[in-house]
Design a protein around this ligand. Structure first.
Ligand SMILES: Nc1ncnc2c1ncn2[C@@H]1O[C@H](COP(=O)(O)OP(=O)(O)OP(=O)(O)O)[C@@H](O)[C@H]1O
Ligand SMILES: [Mg+2]
Length: 259
């Protein structure tokens, strides 16, 4: 996943490629959104498409794209994503989808490392995890409540930065909590123990400061380019306002959310 590819995906809004579902025996499908592996007929890139399941009032594809765009500009290791209108979707399935680029090589979830005792392997993992010290600040900004599980963070050791952060379905106003008035609420982040122990507090704090400096106009621009079939105009405007207000408080309220 080289920089030029990431940049091209981040700059694109809607994919013009044709994505076909691909079955990968070694990587069974799972997840609430019933996503699936997809291959581009043009570039042959492998992606993960979601959602297939319809869920009214939730803007899963838009959230996935927004989080990956912000992450690209801030340097957080979230795979780049594009929106894709799946016009061939069966009537019961969602047409407004996001495709997230799959990292190279073998992919490992936490479950592979649950019982690691080898000191060299532990050190390797801790190093990869320490490099992810920016993610808690990013998750706190996004209001992401889904980093404590065992599969939304992946290790891909063939990549320059092995630790990848996935799945922003449960972030922002996903269950209407920001609409209900909680958009300035910061929850303490839940993380797997090994991740929590490997974090650099200073790096996370420094990154929160970097988010604080992220320009309001950049947020506005990235939200406003999302097509309205993926994120209605009024929702986009509110989301922009909430994200800007949250960004401005993130650093000062570090002790409320740091895991
Ligand atoms: N870009 C990607 N690269 C590799 N694997 C991915 C990628 N995106 C998703 N996956 C795999 O698919 C699984 C499900 O994806 P994801 O977590 O984004 O959706 P989900 O859990 O179904 O979403 P939701 O939170 O809406 O239920 C992940 O745990 C991961 O194993
Ligand atoms: Mg998930």
């Amino acid at each position: 996943m080289d920089y030029d590819t990431r940049k091209a995906w981040a700059e694109a809004v809607l994919s013009t490629e044709e994505w076909a579902i691909e079955t990968i025996a070694a990587r069974p499908q799972k997840g609430e959104s019933a996503g699936c592996w997809v291959r581009s007929a043009q570039s042959k890139a492998l992606g993960y498409l979601k959602p297939r399941k319809k869920s009214s009032g939730r803007f899963r594809a838009a959230y996935e794209k927004l989080a990956s765009d912000f992450a690209f500009h801030l340097g957080v290791n979230v795979p780049p994503a594009v929106l894709w209108v799946r016009s061939t979707a069966p009537p019961a399935e969602e047409k407004c989808t996001a495709v997230s680029l799959v990292p190279q090589g073998e992919l490992y979830e936490w479950s592979h490392f649950a019982s690691v005792t080898n000191p060299a392997l532990k050190a390797l993992l801790r190093n990869a995890l320490k490099d992810g010290s920016d993610a808690p600040a990013f998750d706190a900004w996004m209001g992401n409540q889904d980093r404590g599980n065992l599969d939304n963070t992946l290790f891909a050791f063939d990549e320059e930065r092995p630790l990848f952060f996935l799945d922003f379905s449960n972030s922002m106003d996903f269950s209407g909590q920001w609409t209900a008035g909680d958009h300035l609420k910061f929850r303490r982040l839940g993380l797997p123990a090994m991740f929590k122990e490997s974090l650099s507090r200073d790096a996370t704090r420094g990154f929160a400061q970097k988010i604080l400096a992220f320009p309001d106009d950049k947020i506005r621009g990235l939200v406003s380019r999302i097509p309205h079939e993926f994120l209605p105009a009024d929702v986009g405007e509110k989301t922009t306002k909430w994200l800007i207000e949250r960004k401005n408080q993130l650093y000062a309220r570090f002790d409320e959310w740091y895991p």
